[in-house]
Each structure stands twice: as structure tokens, then as C-alpha cells.
Design a protein around this ligand. Structure first.
Ligand code: ADP
Length: 397
């Protein structure tokens, strides 16, 4: 039997959604159609495309009063979906939720009590969690009777040891939740599973996955389980990103407060929105724009990005006690042969020997057959991971 599953990724100003057909006998999921509502709070624009990428619906409306933007966007989406879905409707709705706190190491079916618990994690992810939860509240209201499943970006990393989770701070902070959680977990989980069919020879080995998108992080995976990540308490740590700073000496923050008089909001704006590739280059947060630029500041930003990936790979390989495989994924990882080449050349000492022709062709394997460490390009699919989790949570397989 085929059932439909809706996957929602509700961000601060946009809602992305995908409707999957799910074969309940095989648990196989395929995209039926997908779309997004962008510009919530400014200029809402609703677009839907079919599985070939052709636009099948476009719509705009006036901005709602503050606080109702997400709810209204979901109401429009529910109204659009209703006639498109099979007669027996939706099996369930899978939501991307950035933070599951210390409690959730797996997806969970959301009821009012769980929703209240998830709200207590808002201080841990103030920029993302409120929008994610607004998506759940809205589907509870506009698609009543359809179960909601929360899938967490932190859950895959709950296998980390205590020493990996700790900061060197007094214990009271750890107990109240000041921990290194790690993010992009749905992407890493997808890749860990994909390795079983694409690269079975390393699927049970020691693998570093580089998720290089607008947000970027890396994860050390051993026998399919996360053991370390470059991201920590928030999605700011580790690699430099489009507009986020990545790893920074906390003393810099003290300097900004004490000597520059900056308050928390100004520092938040600096670290999340004005740093990273944008901050270094002064030109753009977009890797393609930087690669097309002849400005030396663009070159510096790219060099910093590559250098930090190489540096973190060394640290993660140490955490793993060696390295068998390296995987590139997300926008930059999947599409930029020059960035992959520079990273792999910087890791030649570790036994990564690039096959330039395979790299130009985007792999999947991009190292020579005698390379001690194999490197791979594997497109990630967080939405599909959410759809599969939603099916398992509701169907029990
Ligand atoms: P998000 O984190 O928003 O999902 P993506 O995974 O879509 O981001 O990645 C966006 C990044 O990928 C942007 O910096 C974009 O410039 C970069 N990118 C996409 N295609 C290429 C390419 N061919 N070469 C270099 N960078 C690319």
C-alpha cells in the first residue's frame, strides 16, 4: 500500500516541504512533489515543483501580523495539500527540529507534553528552535489528527562519550545542558546509511564526513555511529561557514564586550550573520561568488575554509585513532571539485591520494585505487532521512 508523508523544515523566514509516497510494504520513499514558502514576515512566496523540477504552483499573499506568519503560511500549505493527497490522507508529518537537548537520541511522536519539553530547549537554539516548533503547532492546528514526528539534528550525536560532550567548565553547567551537542545529524545519519551500499568497504570503518554547505561541519563516524563533531553547544563552532565564524577563542568575545562595549545581540549578529566567508572576504557568503572573484580577500576566505577543513580532519582522525574514509557532501562538498582537490592534497600525508579525473566527474569515489584512505562524494538527503524516520516512528519498522 502507498501512503503519503509530509516532511517540513520550518526556518525563521522560510518553510521547505516535501511530500513523499511511501510503500508501506518495503518502507521505500519517493518524492511526489516539493516546495517552499519563502519571505515569511517580508514578502511571502509559495512555490511547488513536481519531481522533475517543473513549477506546478505559485502564490503570494500579504504579510500577516507579527507572530502569525508561520501559522498562516502553514494554513495556506494545508489548504493546498488537501486536494493533492490520497483519499486516506497523510500517514504523518516529519519535522526537522534543530535541538533535542540531552533527552532525545531518536525521533519522537509529538504530543502536547513533548512539545512543552521541546520548548525548554529554545534557549539552546534561539534562532532555529522557535520556528521549528511553530511548524509543529501549526500542523497540529491545521492538519488535526495527523501524527507529528520530531526528527532532531542533535540526535545522531547522542552516542558521544561524556568526555567528548564536556566543556572544561564546572559540572553545574554540564548538568544544566551546557554541552557539546553537535548538529547536521540527519545529514550524517543519511550518509552513514548510504555508505552501506555506496562504499561498503568503509561503512564499518573510521570515516570523517564533511558537510560543506552554507552551514558547515564535520563528523567522525566509527562503525556507523557518531563519535565526535566539529559543532558544539551551538551551530557556531568548528568550520567557518557562509556567515558564521566557526571556532573562535572565547577571549575574543570578552574583548568585544569589555573593550568595544558590544552587547549580546550585537555579538550574536556579528558571529551568526557577518562572519565566516562573508566576514573574511567582505564580498559574499556564497562559495560560487568567491570562486568567481579575483579579489585577494575572496582567495583568503577560500584558503581559510580549506585550511580549517584540513586541520579538523586531522583532529577527527586522531579522535578515531586513524582514518579509512573521507566523505564530501552538501552544496560545496557535492559540487566543488576545486575545493575537494585542495582538501585532499592537504591530506596526502594521511594517505589520501586524489584521482583528479574522478574528482572532476564528482565520484562517487574520487581517490586512486591504491589510496590508503578512500574519499567519496555522496549527495546528502536530510528530508528523505526525516521521511524514513517518520515512517518508522509511526509504522514500527
Ligand atoms: P544550505 O546549508 O543552505 O543547505 P547548501 O548545502 O545548498 O546550503 O550549500 C550552499 C553552498 O554551496 C553555497 O556556498 C554555494 O555557493 C555552494 N555551491 C553550490 N554549488 C557550487 C559549486 N558548483 N561550486 C562551489 N560552491 C558551490
Amino acid at each position: 500500500m502507498t501512503k503519503a508523508i509530509l516532511v517540513l523544515n520550518a526556518g525563521s523566514s522560510s518553510i521547505k516541504f516535501t511530500v513523499y509516497d511511501c510503500d508501506t510494504d518495503t518502507a521505500h520513499v519517493t518524492v511526489r512533489f516539493k516546495g517552499q514558502i519563502e519571505g515569511i514576515g517580508t514578502q511571502p512566496r509559495f512555490t511547488v515543483e513536481d519531481r522533475t523540477g517543473a513549477t506546478i504552483h505559485e502564490d503570494t499573499w500579504a504579510v500577516r501580523p507579527a507572530g502569525r506568519g508561520h501559522a498562516y503560511a502553514l494554513e495556506r500549505l494545508a489548504a493546498y495539500l488537501d486536494p493533492q493527497l490520497p483519499e486516506d490522507g497523510l500517514l504523518g508529518i516529519g519535522h526537522r527540529v534543530v535541538h533535542g537537548g540531552p533527552l532525545f537520541s531518536a525521533p519522537v511522536v509529538v504530543d502536547e507534553t513533548i512539545l512543552e519539553t521541546l520548548k525548554t530547549f529554545v534557549p539552546l537554539a534561539p534562532l532555529h528552535q522557535p520556528a521549528n516548533l511553530a511548524g509543529i503547532s501549526a500542523t497540529m492546528e491545521f492538519l488535526p489528527g495527523v501524527p507529528n514526528v520530531a526528527c532532531f539534528d542533535t540526535a545522531f550525536h547522542r552516542t558521544h562519550s561524556e568526555v567528548v560532550e564536556r566543556f572544561a567548565l564546572p559540572e553545574e553547567f554540564y548538568i544544566e545542558g551546557v554541552r557539546r551537542y553537535g548538529f547536521h545529524g540527519l545529514s550524517y545519519e543519511y550518509i552513514a546509511r548510504a555508505l552501506r551500499s555506496i562504499a561498503p568497504e568503509i561503512a564499518d570503518g573510521r570515516v570523517v564526513v564533511a558537510h560543506l554547505g552554507n552551514g558547515a561541519s564535520m563528523c567522525a563516524i566509527h562503525q556507523g555511529r557518531s563519535i565526535e563533531s566539529t559543532m558544539g553547544f551551538t551551530a557556531l563552532d568548528g568550520l567557518p561557514m557562509g556567515t558564521r565564524c566557526g571556532q573562535i577563542d572565547p577571549g575574543v568575545l570578552l574583548y568585544l564586550m569589555q573593550e568595544k562595549g558590544m552587547d549580546a545581540r550585537q555579538i550574536e549578529d556579528l558571529l551568526y550573520k557577518r562572519s565566516g566567508l562573508l566576514g573574511l572576504s567582505g564580498i559574499s557568503n556564497d562559495m560560487r561568488a568567491l570562486m568567481a572573484s579575483s579579489d585577494p580577500r575572496a582567495a583568503l576566505a577560500i584558503e581559510y575554509f580549506v585550511y580549517r577543513i584540513i586541520r579538523e580532519t586531522g583532529a577527527l582522525a586522531s579522535a578515531l585513532g586513524g582514518l579509512d574514509g573521507l566523505v564530501f557532501t552538501a552544496g560545496i562538498g557535492e559540487n566543488s571539485a576545486p575545493i575537494r582537490e585542495r582538501v585532499c592534497r592537504g591530506l596526502a600525508w594521511l594517505g589520501v591520494h586524489l584521482d583528479p579525473v574522478a574528482n572532476e566527474g564528482h565520484g562517487p569515489r574520487i581517490t586512486t585505487s591504491d589510496s590508503r584512505v578512500s574519499a567519496w562524494v555522496i549527495p546528502t538527503d536530510e528530508e528523505q532521512m526525516i521521511a524514513r524516520h517518520t515512517f518508522t516512528a509511526l509504522h514500527g519498522r
